[in-house]
Design a protein around this ligand. Structure first.
Ligand SMILES: Cc1ncc(COP(=O)(O)O)c(C=O)c1O
Length: 305
């Protein structure tokens, strides 16, 4: 796939090939960055960014947690996101704002390095494979646990914290799975390497709570809203691993993974081993809104034009 023409870098649009950093960049050595993952969907009026305000707010929350001052206002970053999608003439795309410590000094304390901001866009289809949305994915419970409170900050999207997600993803692939599910250090179900998880049992929808070392997913929030509007009971509560093996349906949510059914866990079929009816209903409602086939009743989409 061709690279887009521009990347937004420290306030300017630069050509893709010119958006480079020095090897002394602190973030490259210590993961001192915060980032977001956002999608823009095609519509008859041009691309529309999903949950733009929520993603920009979480970027600033991650920066605050990591004691980083972003040298642009949220309004400036929002305008820059729209600008780069527009100038790259995308119909739909994935958007990656990244705020990182620069190359002024090495040494663990990041504060001697300046804070830089960049926004990349790319064309990106289904994250877990083209068939995943309909057929579902096979996942394994990871031997890696999610971060402990007081060691990491699950509420922040900090670059260095994604070593844990990378270990999960590589292990899952090595074992022949599409993706992993991590437990928290208490053994409760936490989340995927880059997705939140929902488990359905007897018509009730369960998802791990904030304290189960999850990232508070923005898609998770949207899906809870859809589920409530359909009259389902949604419970944010801890679940032991056992619950996964007797669930009727399980699905992942995330900006990249959107709403993806899980058809097996550790080679044990989930329900009948294919997408379940509640998952299908929620998926349909989600994709109808983001693809502008249904009314955007909750104001989720922001046009870039
Ligand atoms: C660890 C982790 N959990 C969950 C999610 C899903 O969050 P969202 O729906 O906001 O993309 C992501 C993706 O950002 C993630 O990296």
């Amino acid at each position: 796939m061709a690279n887009p023409e521009y990347i937004w870098m420290d306030g300017k649009l630069v050509k893709w090939a010119d958006a480079t950093v020095h090897v002394q960049t602190h973030a490259l050595h210590y993961g001192s960055s915060v980032f977001e993952g956002i999608r823009a969907y095609a519509s008859p009026d041009g691309p529309k960014v999903l949950f733009l305000h929520e993603h920009v707010s979480r970027l600033y929350a991650s920066a605050r947690l990591f004691r980083m001052e972003i040298p642009y206002s949220a309004e400036e970053m929002t305008a820059a996101i729209k600008q780069v999608v527009r100038e790259n003439k995308h119909e739909s795309c994935y958007i990656r704002p990244l705020v990182y410590r620069g190359d002024e000094a090495l040494g663990v304390n990041p504060r001697r390095c300046g804070v830089h901001a960049t926004i990349l866009t790319m064309v990106w289809g289904s994250y877990l494979g083209a068939e995943a949305i309909e057929s579902g994915v096979d996942v394994g419970v990871s031997s890696w646990r999610r971060t402990v409170p007081g060691v990491g900050m699950s509420m922040a999207k900090i670059g260095g914290q994604y070593v844990n997600s990378q270990m999960m993803a590589m292990e899952a692939h090595d074992h022949g799975y599409h993706e992993a599910i991590a437990l928290d250090t208490q053994g409760n179900v936490s989340e995927g390497s880059g997705e939140n998880i929902f488990v359905i049992s007897n018509g009730v929808i369960y998802t791990p709570p904030m304290a189960a070392s999850i990232l508070l997913g923005i898609t998770r929030n949207g899906v809870m809203r859809i589920a409530h509007s359909m009259g389902y009971e949604v419970r944010e509560q801890n679940m032991p691993r056992d619950f996964l093996y007797i669930a009727d349906e399980i699905f992942f949510t995330g900006t990249a993974a959107e709403v993806t059914p899980i058809r097996s866990v550790d080679k044990v079929k989930v329900g009948s081993g294919s997408r379940g009816p509640i998952t299908a209903r929620i998926q349909q409602a989600f994709f109808d809104i983001v693809n502008s086939r249904a009314a955007d009743q909750w104001g989720w989409l922001t046009p870039v034009n």
